[in-house]
Design a protein around this ligand. Structure first.
Ligand SMILES: C[S@@+](CC[C@H](N)C(=O)[O-])C[C@H]1O[C@@H](n2cnc3c(N)ncnc32)[C@H](O)[C@@H]1O
Length: 273
C-alpha cells in the first residue's frame, strides 16, 4: 500500500488541520465556544476573575473568553496570545491586548517581563494539541503571581474506545486518531490534569467536567460536524471508519439520533502558593 500523505504530513495545530485562513474556521471555533463558554466563565469567576485581575489567555482563538474577561468580567487586563491573532486583533483595545506568539517556542519561556505577573492564566483546548504539554504547563505556572490561578481546559473522550461500535463512535475514534497522527493531539492525558497541577506545586487543585448534549440543533453538534468535515481525509486515512459509516455517523449527529455522549471539557485549576 502506498504512503498516504494525510497520515504522514504532520505539523502543529493550525498548520496541517484547522488552518485559521480557511473559510469558516473562526465560526467553527465559535461553535465550540458557544458550547463551553458558560462552564468556563463560571469557573473563571469562581477562581477570582474580576476587577483588578491581570489575565493571560493562552491560545485565545477567536477571543470569546478574552473578550468576556475584558468587557464583562471587568478585569484590569487581558493579554490574549495566539500563534495567529487574526480573529483577536479587531477586538484589541481597552483592557484587551493581543500577542502573536508560539507558546511552545523557547522564547516564550522564562526571562520574560510577564513572569510572575498574572492572577489568572487560562488555556482551553490548547495543551491537548501540544505534545510537550507538561513543559508548557510548567512554563505557564511561572507566569502566575503568588495566589494566582492556572486554569487548564481540554477535551476528554468518554465513549469512543468502548462498545457499541456505532457509526458515531467509530467516527469519533477515527477523528481522535487522525488528530493524533496529523497534529499530535492527545486527549487521553486530560483526566490527569489535576495530578499534573499538583505535581507542578499548585495548591487548592480542583477539576470538573462539562458534557453538552448532542441534540440536533446544539452548537456542539454543529461543531463536531464541521470538525469531521475538515478532518475527513485524515479520518478516512486511519482506516477506522469507511465513507459509508462516516456518512451514517454524520446523519445520526445531524438528526440528533446518535444517542451518545459528546466528548467533554475537563477544566482543572490550581493556585500558586
Ligand atoms: C481549538 S482552538 C481553541 C481556542 C480557544 N482557546 C477556545 O477555547 O475557544 C486552539 C487555539 O490555540 C492556538 N494554538 C495552538 N497551538 C498554539 C501554539 N503553539 N502557540 C500559540 N497558539 C496556539 C490555535 O491557533 C487556536 O487558536
Amino acid at each position: 500500500m502506498g504512503v498516504d500523505p494525510a497520515r504522514t504530513e504532520r505539523g502543529g495545530y493550525g498548520e496541517t488541520l484547522f488552518e485559521p485562513w480557511r473559510p469558516g474556521e473562526g465560526e467553527r471555533i465559535d461553535l465550540g465556544a458557544l458550547a463551553y463558554d458558560g462552564a468556563t466563565r463560571r469557573r473563571l469567576l469562581a477562581v477570582g476573575a474580576g476587577p483588578g485581575t491581570r489575565c493571560l489567555e493562552i491560545g485565545a482563538g477567536t477571543g470569546t473568553v478574552a473578550r468576556w474577561l475584558a468587557e464583562e468580567a471587568g478585569v484590569a487586563e487581558v493579554l490574549a496570545v495566539d500563534r495567529d491573532v487574526r480573529f483577536l486583533e479587531p477586538h484589541a483595545g481597552g483592557a484587551l491586548r493581543t500577542l502573536a506568539a508560539d507558546v511552545t517556542a523557547p522564547g516564550f519561556d522564562p526571562d520574560r517581563p510577564d513572569l510572575g505577573r498574572f492572577d489568572l492564566v487560562h488555556a482551553r483546548f490548547v495543551l491537548m494539541h501540544v505534545p510537550e504539554h507538561r513543559r508548557l504547563a510548567a512554563g505557564l505556572c511561572e507566569f502566575l503571581a503568588p495566589g494566582g490561578h492556572l486554569v487548564l481546559g481540554d477535551a476528554v473522550d468518554l465513549t469512543s474506545s468502548a462498545p457499541p461500535e456505532t457509526p458515531y463512535r467509530l467516527a469519533m475514534r477515527a477523528m481522535w486518531r487522525a488528530l493524533r497522527e496529523t497534529i499530535g493531539t492527545d486527549v487521553s492525558r486530560t483526566p490527569r490534569y489535576p495530578r499534573l497541577l499538583a505535581e507542578l506545586g499548585l495548591t487548592d487543585v480542583g477539576a470538573e467536567i462539562t458534557v453538552p448534549p448532542l441534540t440536533a440543533d446544539s452548537p456542539i453538534t454543529a461543531f463536531w460536524l464541521d470538525t469531521w468535515r475538515r478532518s475527513r481525509p485524515a479520518m478516512l486515512a486511519t482506516g477506522l471508519v469507511t465513507p459509508d459509516r462516516l456518512a451514517r455517523a454524520e446523519r445520526a449527529l445531524a438528526e440528533g439520533t446518535a444517542a451518545d455522549l459528546s466528548p467533554g471539557l475537563i477544566t482543572a485549576w490550581g493556585r500558586r502558593g
